[in-house]
Design a binder for this molecule. Structure first.
Ligand code: SAM
Length: 405
């Protein structure tokens, strides 16, 4: 039976998807340092914004991030549909002496909460990290957040980007094909291909949780990922304005007289241009900014994503050939096109494409053990993760706002 929502998928899982298993305060403080850096330096939001803020969070899982908002002084109103996460979250708040900041914890999904019609104009800040792109129709959550936020409230989203998701789609393609060729089960195939890659960087979750959350998750697919161009436009239609994003969607080099209010449609045009020129930056997780938008490049990149995605379901050799052609074209584009990119980053992206091409050639030829050995040893493959996850903070301007920023 097809899954209705991401939380149905987690309900039957052995593990909780993002459980960090914090043992003591040092673990929490380490994590808080990382979140502080993210908010202060990448999202331009000072943690002091959260002091005594009424904060609504939906889908926190075990609540590591919620605890950080509580540490920063937020009153947390939490909705998490997966009841198995509740005791862990409650125990965390108790152990770290934050329970006075946990104002409520309800077991509802977004659709149930949205249709309750509760909490109009109640919150200073709302948070939905790691699942919102799986909820359909998007209009439902956009209208809900527009309703429950106060004027000048902020909405913090963590979503999956279509172009940034390329590398993850490719992992899924490799994983499926290796299972098909060798008969290995999912975890054994994942360990054979990805264990060296996984061990090369530190993580807060287990390898098994990553396999479940990325390689096996039916929602980690092109059809669910958002295009930030679409997201910014749709949010504008619902009355929101982009506050900040990581990677940035704003043209930081734009200059105009500080007293001139920038109309929302002009800001949106800058954001769309910045996003479109950074498709490759998002794909490779480093700066590869094109000087101009290029419709043909975007059309071919989109085709590459779609073909890679379709190979996850069925490994068809003709499709694999089309995928290889597009990958060779992309490698050449990186080598030849003038871009705002450090030479070392270009070299890394070119090597990454070279390694993905080699892997797909092995898979196309049915050479599973060669593909496994290559994935375990190839430096470029081991070092490339892409940028699947994007942060975006949206501002709900007041009804009488003169300058909607
Ligand atoms: C990948 S986890 C992210 C957890 C946490 N927000 C984070 O970023 O670390 C996704 C969470 O969203 C919840 N979730 C999934 N679908 C949901 C829905 N339709 N409504 C509300 N929560 C949902 C899941 O139960 C899970 O706790």
């Amino acid at each position: 039976m097809p899954l209705k929502s991401l939380y149905n998928y987690y309900e039957h899982a052995e593990t909780l998807p993002t459980h960090g298993d914090f043992k003591d305060r040092a673990d929490l403080i380490d994590y808080e340092e990382h979140r502080k850096d993210l908010f202060l330096h990448k999202l331009s939001l000072h943690p002091r914004f959260f002091k005594d803020a009424e904060l609504f969070e939906i889908g926190p899982d075990t609540g590591e991030k919620t605890m950080v908002y509580a540490l920063w002084g937020a009153n947390c109103h939490v909705v998490e549909p997966n009841r198995r996460a509740h005791p862990v979250l409650q125990d965390y708040f108790k152990r770290f002496e934050l329970d006075s900041r946990l104002k409520s914890l309800d077991a509802l999904d977004l659709k149930q909460y949205a249709s309750s019609g509760k909490d109009t104009g109640r919150y200073d800040v709302a948070v939905a990290e790691g699942f919102i792109y799986t909820v359909r129709p998007a209009r439902m959550w956009m209208e809900m957040f527009a309703r429950i936020l106060k004027d000048d409230g902020l909405l913090i989203l963590f979503h999956c980007d279509k172009y940034g998701g390329f590398i993850e789609l490719f992992y899924k393609l490799i994983h499926q094909r290796i299972m098909g060729l060798t008969g290995m089960d999912s975890l054994a195939a994942a360990e054979a291909v990805f264990q060296s890659k996984w061990d090369s960087i530190p993580h807060t979750r287990s390898f098994k949780a990553w396999v479940f959350d990325v390689l096996e998750d039916p929602f980690v697919r092109y059809a669910y990922f958002y295009d930030p161009v679409w997201l910014c436009r749709a949010m504008n239609t619902h009355g929101f304005r982009l506050y900040s994003a990581w990677p940035t969607y704003d043209d930081k080099s734009h200059v105009c007289w500080f007293k001139r209010p920038i109309p929302p449609e002009e800001m949106l045009a800058h954001q769309v241009d910045t996003i479109r020129r950074n498709r490759l930056s998002h794909m490779f997780g480093r700066k590869h900014t094109m000087v101009h938008q290029d419709k043909d490049v975007e059309r071919r990149l989109k085709r590459l994503l779609l073909v890679s995605d379709s190979l996850i379901d069925t490994f068809d050799t003709e499709r694999a050939e089309e995928c290889l052609e597009l990958m060779r074209w992309l490698k050449q584009l990186l080598e030849n096109r003038e871009m705002d990119a450090a030479p070392a980053d270009t070299e890394r992206a070119v090597s990454a494409m070279g390694s993905l091409i080699r892997i797909l050639e092995f898979l196309q030829a049915g050479q599973a053990s060669e593909a496994i050995a290559f994935c375990s040893e190839n430096k470029a493959f081991i070092e490339t993760w892409g940028m699947p996850s994007h942060f975006a903070i949206f501002h709900k301007p007041g009804a009488n706002a003169a300058c909607q920023s």
